[in-house]
Design a protein around this ligand. Structure first.
Ligand code: AMP
Length: 307
């Protein structure tokens, strides 16, 4: 009864119009695990790091109930490194550098103790690695959620399309949805992408919220208007962690529960952007999260009398 999280664990260097970080801890699976561990305690991580990755970082996650049995440590190699620079709108960014390092030859091994997993969260990673994890599982999980990014659409589109056929929910941002579908309208893009495999599609629109598509249904979750956005890195992964964390906690994969899950994901993402890296996520309490979810409710709650 658990959740497997697959994805990068990394060093990031981030520049925003308001500041610059040194090499800090990042990676899709790192953010997902920090976020999801607020909702479910049985998380099994699959990733790879080099000898340079601080052991305390792995231990900090272990203390939150995240099993590291599936994280390979390549002592003589370097961890994945990514650097990015945000534009003035803080919504768009340029990747300055991607050093795959340990990710280049990563062959994930799913430990036997991970085989009973009910939920699978495929964080942003080489599509062939995401596929390998799916293929190693003896039983199909109740829900398979996948995140990806434009980088893989450009260098591994065929492999990406194969994985899409195997997943239930795909998470992408608006520009990635357009790139994958070759369609500007997000409604048309959603229809095209859902034909590629996933029955559910979540399109993230940064500070403009997120859309959930399923068949002819669409649901919108706003983003909380924040006074200060410090660093949007990892917001998408933190969103994914909140989404799958809520689903794993409630064990309900209905469209209605996914609506709640994207609100939870949006609430978690709103914390992530308040500080650099994973800093804000480390100090969150249940009270902080509950209060923010209530703020989301109030943001969209209104009465109307139709005449
Ligand atoms: P997000 O801001 O949610 O898109 O996620 C940013 C995180 O994704 C950073 O911490 C990076 O380390 C990680 N990342 C960036 N590019 C890649 C990639 N090509 N593969 C895997 N992880 C990546």
């Amino acid at each position: 009864m658990s959740l497997i999280v697959v994805g990068s664990m990394a060093f990031d260097a981030i520049e925003t119009p308001f500041g610059k970080s040194d090499r800090i801890i990042g990676g899709a699976a790192t953010y997902i695990a920090w976020s999801a561990s607020n909702f479910t305690k049985s998380i099994k991580q699959i990733s790879v790091v080099g000898g340079d990755f601080p052991k305390e970082e792995l231990q900090a996650l272990e203390q939150r109930g995240v099993s590291m049995e599936g994280v390979q440590i390549k002592e003589d190699e370097k961890s994945f490194f990514w650097s990015g620079k945000y534009h003035m709108d803080m919504n768009t960014r340029d990747t300055l550098e991607t050093q795959l390092n340990v990710l280049a030859n990563f062959q994930p091994v799913v430990p036997q103790s991970f085989q009973d997993c009910e939920f699978l969260m495929l964080g942003n990673l080489v599509p062939a690695v995401q596929m390998s994890v799916i293929e190693q599982l003896k039983h199909r999980p109740k829900l398979v959620v996948m995140d990806t990014m434009n980088f893989w659409m450009e260098v591994a589109l065929d492999d990406l399309k194969k994985v899409l056929k195997k997943v239930d929910v795909l998470l992408v941002n608006d520009s990635e949805a357009r790139e994958l579908s070759h369609e500007f309208s997000l409604v048309k893009a959603a229809k095209i992408i859902m034909k590629m495999g996933p029955q559910y599609l979540i399109i993230k629109k940064g500070e403009h919220g997120a859309l959930l598509f399923h068949k002819d249904n669409v649901f919108f979750a706003p983003a909380l208007p924040l006074e200060d956005v410090f660093d949007p890195t990892g917001a998408g992964d933190t969103f994914a962690g909140g989404f799958i964390g809520h689903i794993a906690r409630t064990k309900d994969v209905s469209f209605d529960n996914m609506k709640t899950a994207i609100i939870v994901g949006s609430a978690m993402a709103s914390f992530c952007v308040e500080k650099f890296g994973t800093e804000r996520l480390r100090t969150l309490t249940k009270k902080d999260i509950d209060y923010r979810i209530v703020q989301f409710q109030e943001l969209v709650n209104f009465d109307i009398e139709l005449v």
